[in-house]
Design a protein around this ligand. Sequence first.
Ligand SMILES: *Cc1c(COP(=O)(O)O)cnc(C)c1O
Length: 433
Amino acid sequence: MTADDELMALDRAHLWRPYTSSDDHERRSLFVVDRAEGPWLISSDGRRVLDASGSWWCNNLGHGHPRLREAIARQSERMMHCTLAAVTHEPAALLAAELSAIAPRGLDRVFYSDNGSTAVEVALKMAFQYWQQNGRPARTRFLGLPGGYHGDTLGAMSAGAVDEFSAVFRPILFDVERPADAVDQHWEPVFDQLFELLRRDSDRIAAVIVEPLVQGAAGMRMYPAELLAALRKETERADTFLIADEVFTGFGRTGPMWACDQAGITPDLLCTAKGLSGGVLPFAATLATHRIYDGFRGDKSRALMHGHTFCGNPLGAAVAREVLAIYRDEQILEAAKAKAARLAARILEMNEVAGVSSPRALGMCAAFDVGARGYMGTVGWEISEAALELGAHLRPLGNTVYLVPPLNIEDADLERLLGIVRESTERVLRSAR
Ligand SMILES: *Cc1c(COP(=O)(O)O)cnc(C)c1O
């Protein structure tokens, strides 16, 4: 047995894989990654495949960025972890200030946690507790969008609406009202209905939670910035909170630093993770306005009742600070504009391939569909297998094939990735006809 075969055998025998049935886990062959570099995943025998899903939507600066490596090494020599209880340290304090400075104006309080789901849990709890102790205790409910995804913990799942992930847990989730789903991607009626729900029930609504502009897990579904801006207006009119889950869309994935920037809005709460640490360490933050923060003044009983062992972890915070420095120094967002245009142009050309529908792109996020069955579809997986042979690791959402490459991917690598996607899609769809 080679070392890789041995690893695969141990993986099959002992590992439990996310979103994978036990049978599928034991059947499916895996790409054994030995190391990673830029957009590439590399096996022990030197085979290189492009990481098309950005290691699940977080690898914004490529693998192994030398400055991120150095930041971790430097911080690890000083301190790897210590509590944030009655203690502060440079990485956590400076990062909080730096995040406040680049966040949509007015979000100047930063609460740390470890991952996107916890960033959302924190936002939900902040909104809920705020109204409990600030004179509107009937505000106990949340509104969301159809197809929303906010993570896999129970509160985050309640806020979400991707049934394939959460239906089985429905009896232990709390109710979140949401409009009926968009028909043929017509989002105006969805938002109209959301505004209706909000107006009807504003006395009972603690917050509206949305993924701004792109619904990732629902299949990279995109809606226009004007609707997000209109939602901000409606939540202001109702004087209730808007939670922007920028876990995926933040850090330039859709073009500007935040998807909210495209609508020119400031939400009351903003969740960030994934790209916050350049996708290299589990690290997250929930940003809040001073209004919300001020709602937690008073004695101990009014404190936000939430905290994680690793909140503000110095390694994570140091890496996140370095990520911000790299965005500044390497002009990541500016340089990504031309790449995003190339990505959009080539993805829209996928329309020429019979069987492909709804090609779409926003910033460095692109997708198309290859059948009607959505997340339970299997054609995307066939394309993913064909792509792996050609040198790209695609992780489809069932029949949605998507690309979320690093924002700083070299043009030649992006071209290569797009070529592989085209070829693997044509190959599979041709043989299916
Ligand atoms: C990935 C994601 C989450 C959950 O983040 P985890 O780090 O996987 O817990 C939440 N919201 C959105 C929009 C996401 O894309």
